[in-house]
Design a protein around this ligand. Structure first.
Ligand code: HEM
Length: 515
């Protein structure tokens, strides 16, 4: 133990305490655990951890697993795709409880992200009834149409302008720069309220939710942004708890409205849990309450239900918002790509304004290439999540890792591997077309594109995310032109990462009507 804490490399390499020795990124100090403190602290404070991990990867070789010593623990970064698949799909170790436990601070640790595999399967099955059906995709595209197109001249729904639409209209009328990412977050929160609760939230509810969510993310970043589990300050903990209480009140009120709607017949009561046919068209509240009323996993544990609702709301809104903002940013400097997207949309879709439907999407292959390239270049969950081995493990590559080893499978190092994706720093949607980049190279292997990770703990919201992104991007581009405005003083660049998500910062755009 003392050897591990004081000189972990000695403990691993000489005493052989930690299984196979993997290459370590170069380090200026003989005491690797200490030698990494400065670059890590700098990267964490500057929210550039993803860059540091990518630099480590480049120094040991792309596609090679490596290890880093931090705070007396060995962190293993898995870049070998076969090892990664084995770990995520077959072994499926749970998320590292100490590192990820800050998720549980919001409402309760008994939540989808943190529970063991047996419970996890049950929770996920319930959620997928609301997230993975064709009715869900319809809900998402209808919500996108309502939020972005309603109230515009010729709009198909003809209903009132959403407040997200009004914010956009006001920025256009005044010629003021719009904080694109913040606005996109409001849009995706609107979509997620429809997916989870079938409700359109008033502005103050979206503002409050956004605030509660960012309190949570920011406070988590303070600790898990550092790669060692540090101590969360009392103040940070209090802020998270207050945010959790706010969300619990919000969810309680939604449950009350749902029960009233069932009672007065304005919304059909879902068939009881265990009905032979899996129900279609139920939202998240329906499926969770149905499980609880049927004595399932949520029975008698209100906070667990609320914690999972918070997880879906968190996972479902800022991720997709950032991907939309990154895509629009990339298109502003790639007018050829934008023109091709618009030409495809005009050829395949009814004239704008048109509410995109899930049936439209397979006819838009170039949009699909833009989606894949955006997610490749800007992998929103850049570092993935941390897992911890529960037993001694032999990987397909032959490395043996003992129980307790912390594992990360960084998405960014797979997506930026120049041996798999030539010119990795460039935004090149064409690489995903059958002819690849046109230089005779085939399109990249799908196995290297892992924005949602794979396996039983991969992202539950993939259908919601891709539908939201595609419907949102094509609707926005057909209606508006975007031009990047100068950043506010002191802000530069568009890459930044809180611990969980890569996001564009200080991205301000001037928006104009396209026609
Ligand atoms: C561009 C959008 C998104 C990206 C890049 C993304 C990425 C990810 C990644 C990498 C994971 C972790 C997988 C792992 O630990 O191996 C994850 C988990 C998760 N995501 Fe997403 N996500 C996105 C959108 C969404 C949406 C729209 C929802 C909800 C509707 C969602 C809900 C979740 C949930 C609940 C989990 C935990 C899954 C589990 O433990 O079973 N995500 N996501």
């Amino acid at each position: 133990m003392a050897a591990t804490l004081l000189w972990p490399r000695f403990a691993t390499e000489t005493l052989g305490l930690h299984g196979t020795v993997l290459p370590s990124p170069s380090c200026s100090s003989d005491w690797p655990a200490l030698g990494r403190v400065r670059p890590l602290a700098t990267a964490s404070i500057g929210k550039r951890l993803h860059h540091l991990v990518a630099a480590w990867q480049a120094s040991v070789g792309w596609g090679k697993n490596f290890q880093v010593w931090l705070g007396g623990a060995r962190w293993v970064y898995i870049a070998d795709l076969t090892d990664g698949r084995y770990l995520t799909q077959r072994l499926n170790p749970p998320r590292a409880p100490k590192i990820m436990r800050w998720f549980g601070e919001l409402i309760t640790p008994r939540m989808v992200f943190l529970v063991g595999n047996e419970e996890h399967v049950k929770v996920r099955k319930i959620a997928h009834m609301a997230l993975l059906t064709s009715a869900t995709a319809d809900t998402v595209t209808a919500a996108v149409g309502d939020l972005l197109l309603s109230g515009t001249p010729g709009s198909p729904s003809g209903s009132a302008r959403s407040y997200q639409g009004k914010v956009l209209d006001a920025a256009i009328a005044a010629g003021d720069p719009l904080d694109l990412d913040a606005w996109a977050v409001d849009v995706t929160l609107g979509v997620m309220f429809r997916v989870l609760f079938s409700e359109t939230p008033p502005r103050e509810v979206v503002d409050g939710t956004r605030h509660a969510m960012s309190e949570w993310i920011d406070a988590m970043s303070l600790v898990t942004g550092m790669p060692t589990p540090a101590v969360m300050s009392f103040g940070a903990r209090r802020r998270i708890r207050a945010a959790g209480d706010w969300l619990v009140d919000l969810f309680e009120a939604a449950v009350g409205r749902r029960r009233a709607a069932w009672a007065n017949g304005s919304r059909p009561v879902p068939p009881p849990a265990g009905a032979p046919e899996p129900p279609e068209g139920l939202d998240m509240l329906d499926v969770m309450l149905r499980d609880r009323d049927g004595g399932g996993i949520y029975a008698g544990d209100e906070r667990r239900l609320y914690a999972d609702l918070a997880m879906y709301l968190l996972g479902g809104h800022d991720t997709t918002a950032h991907s939309l903002a990154f895509a629009i940013h990339a298109l502003t400097s790639h007018p050829d790509v934008e023109a091709r997207l618009l030409a495809e949309a005009d050829a395949q879709l009814p004239p704008a304004p048109h509410t995109v439907t899930p049936r439209d999407l397979p006819n838009l292959p170039y949009l699909d290439a833009v989606w894949k390239e955006t997610m490749r270049l800007f992998p929103i969950a850049a570092l993935g999540t941390m897992r911890q081995l529960t037993g001694d493990t032999k990987l397909p590559s032959g490395a043996v890792l003992p129980a307790g080893t912390l594992i990360t499978m960084p998405i960014i190092t797979s997506h930026h591997n120049p041996e798999v994706f030539p010119r990795p720093a460039e935004f090149l949607p064409d690489r995903w077309l059958p002819a690849g980049l046109g230089d005779g190279s085939p399109p990249p292997p799908r196995a290297a594109w892992i924005p949602f990770q794979v396996g039983p703990r991969s992202c539950s919201g993939q259908l919601v995310a891709v539908t939201q992104f595609k419907a949102g991007l094509v609707s926005l581009l057909r209606a508006y032109r975007f031009k990047v405005a100068p950043p506010l003083p002191g802000g530069e660049g568009v890459w930044d990462a809180s611990v969980m998500t890569l996001r564009p910062v200080n991205l301000r755009v001037i928006v104009q009507h396209r026609t």
